[in-house]
Design a protein around this ligand. Structure first.
Ligand code: ADP
Ligand code: MG
Length: 370
């Protein structure tokens, strides 16, 4: 991780080299300059923003139009970005969503609904769950994807659909929370030879890691497409940067201000492939009697986490890990969150409600406050 991080001083040299390289490219073979494609769509219940740099030429893996020429360029852009959207839709439908009955996670949940049962896992789900459980164990359960019952109880989308403001009586009751907590606990799940068994009543919810996993899959796809020379794709609060910009400048990723809507806290400058994930209490929340109820739950209490933090951004070399750590650090608070991120070789920016910022050393090199 540290090895890959570029110091600002060094990247100026890199910049000049890249600019020279680019100049050679432009004069030597101008027609091969990558074309910039961009799109904004909805997928996985969130906004997906794509910027792709694509070389003109015949496409891999599909019979499509080339990216050259006015009208044709436009449809090629749609096609390229649509393929990434399709990848996300397939992943959600077949693997991750607890809402879609055909998905692998929904299948596991359905079996655990009534009684404990060993459910076979696909190789890829087994790998995902094993990574998730490592973070759960190392964070003392701050990340716990067995919160399915709790997260359904704290269904903020439902709560906020009814009205802008709700009364205390519409919130889950202490008894409901206690009951849901009784069906929660990553340490009560058993894995054995390719199968998982959940205690009866436990429900999985991969919401805390889904968008990060999506970034990993996007990156795999980008690597398989030699025409794509650079990309930055945001799936909600999870972002992947890949390859290079044609002008050699670093990717710039803005971090939302957690308390000033529509403005930025600052920006990250990254060169190459990184995964950036932000968890905050400012996107899905409801205020009741001045208290903010948001969607990041503390599995120790069953209530929205109150760690003093309002936003956590993680930068590392794996999408699932970035997303898992951003949620776990949010629950743990600044001090423990910082050391969790450091243990995993990730960079972290943690923002407390009073505006105080905490950063790992590597984050200080890539973050610029606005
Ligand atoms: P977002 O989904 O906005 O990117 P997060 O990555 O922090 O935010 O994930 C929050 C989602 O994960 C919640 O909507 C819920 O489904 C689930 N969740 C909430 N708290 C936890 C937790 N402590 N551990 C695991 N999953 C959680
Ligand atoms: Mg997360």
């Amino acid at each position: 991780m540290k090895r890959k991080m570029k110091k600002k001083g060094i990247s100026i040299g890199g910049l000049i080299a890249a600019a020279l390289f680019q100049a050679v490219l432009l004069t030597g073979c101008g027609e091969t300059a990558p074309q910039r494609l961009s799109s904004v769509d909805m997928a996985m219940g969130t906004i997906v923003t794509q910027t792709l740099y694509v070389l003109p030429g015949s496409e891999e893996g599909s019979a499509g139009e080339t990216a050259s020429g006015g009208g044709a360029g436009e449809s090629a852009a749609d096609e390229e970005t649509d393929r990434i959207l399709q990848l996300l839709a397939d992943m959600e439908e077949q693997e991750l969503s607890w809402r879609i009955p055909e998905s692998e996670i929904a299948g596991i949940n359905a079996q655990a609904q009534e009684a404990e049962a060993a459910v076979p896992l696909s190789a890829s789900m087994q790998q995902l769950l094993s990574q998730i459980w490592q973070v759960s164990e190392d964070s003392g359960g701050a990340l716990d994807v067995t919160v399915g019952k709790l997260s359904r109880l704290w269904n903020l989308d439902e709560l906020t659909k009814a009205a802008e403001e709700i009364s205390r009586t519409q919130l889950p009751t202490a008894q409901q929370i206690e009951d849901a907590l009784a069906d929660t606990g990553y340490d009560r799940v058993q894995f054995s030879a390719g199968s998982i068994s959940l205690p009866a009543g436990m429900q999985l919810d991969l919401g805390a890691v889904g968008k990060g996993i999506a970034c990993d899959r996007i990156s795999e796809y980008l690597q398989s497409q030699s025409r794509i020379t650079g990309a930055v794709v945001a799936v909600g609060g999870s972002v992947v940067t890949y390859g290079q910009k044609p002008d050699g400048t670093p990717w710039t990723v803005a971090i939302m201000h957690p308390r000033e809507e529509g403005s930025y806290l600052g920006t990250l400058e990254l060169t190459g492939e990184y995964y950036i994930s932000t968890s905050g209490d400012y996107e899905r929340y409801i205020l009741v009697d001045g208290v903010r109820y948001h969607h990041i739950l503390d599995p120790a209490t069953g209530y929205p986490a109150r760690s003093g933090l309002c936003s956590v951004t993680i930068v590392c070399d794996n999408g699932l890990l970035a997303d898992a750590l951003s949620t776990a650090c949010f629950v743990l608070g600044a001090e423990q969150g910082l050391s969790l991120a450091e243990r995993w070789g990730a960079e972290a920016l943690l923002v407390e409600e009073d505006g105080r910022l905490y950063m790992t050393a590597g984050m200080e090199e890539i973050f610029t406050a606005r």
